[in-house]
Unconditional design. Structure first.
Length: 188
């Protein structure tokens, strides 16, 4: 089983889905660390409840991105982490981690990239009036949601959909597609 760290910044629904899949032996990964840049985020409570170690930090307490990424890299090395899985981590990954984990950092995004990259992809899709959006899983590179696409699945937007209903539909797809895709990557 490959050792993975999950990076998250907020509520942690994708973290929870991955951790539960791992506990049910449906995800062929040992989730050995949560990395969170918001120590008060709900995802930290989720991790602690599941007995998953947490490394949390505040970026503003470091002189540079390189400084906090070096500390993260030390935490990852201590645990033998082989892959990084982003699950709502709201920071761009810098060269310190990209160079160490090239082609082993994966992200999930709530749109069919390249459409609607960055923050509030669901709001962007609704504002644009598109009829289809979806979920993209991709490798992380230096850009924002620009890395090579690994998997995508569409989600229809109905006339009656609100931000909340569309988010629920997208999360249902994410919680199924992400563990499946990660398994395929880790089994290669």
């Amino acid at each position: 089983m490959k050792k993975v760290a999950i990076f998250a910044s907020g509520n942690g629904s994708n973290f929870q889905a991955l951790a539960e899949a791992s506990l049910r032996k449906e995800l062929n990964a040992d989730i050995c660390l949560l990395v969170c840049d918001q120590p008060e985020a709900y995802v930290v409570k989720r991790a602690r409840h599941l007995g998953i170690p947490v490394f949390s930090f505040r970026a503003k307490e470091y002189p540079s991105k390189e400084a906090f990424e070096n500390e993260i890299a030390l935490e990852l090395a201590k645990r033998g982490v082989e892959w990084i899985i982003l699950a709502g981590y709201m920071r761009l990954i810098g060269s310190t981690l990209l160079n160490r984990y090239r082609n082993r950092i994966v992200n999930i995004h709530p749109s069919l990239l390249p459409a609607f990259p960055g923050k509030d992809a669901i709001g962007q899709a609704l504002d644009a009036g598109v009829k289809v959006t979806g979920v993209t899983i991709h490798f992380v590179d230096e850009g924002m949601d620009t890395g090579p696409i690994i998997a995508q699945q569409s989600v229809n937007i109905l006339a009656e959909d609100t931000r909340e209903t569309l988010q629920k539909k997208i999360q249902a797809v994410e919680h199924e597609l992400y563990p499946k895709t990660i398994n395929e990557l880790l089994d290669e």
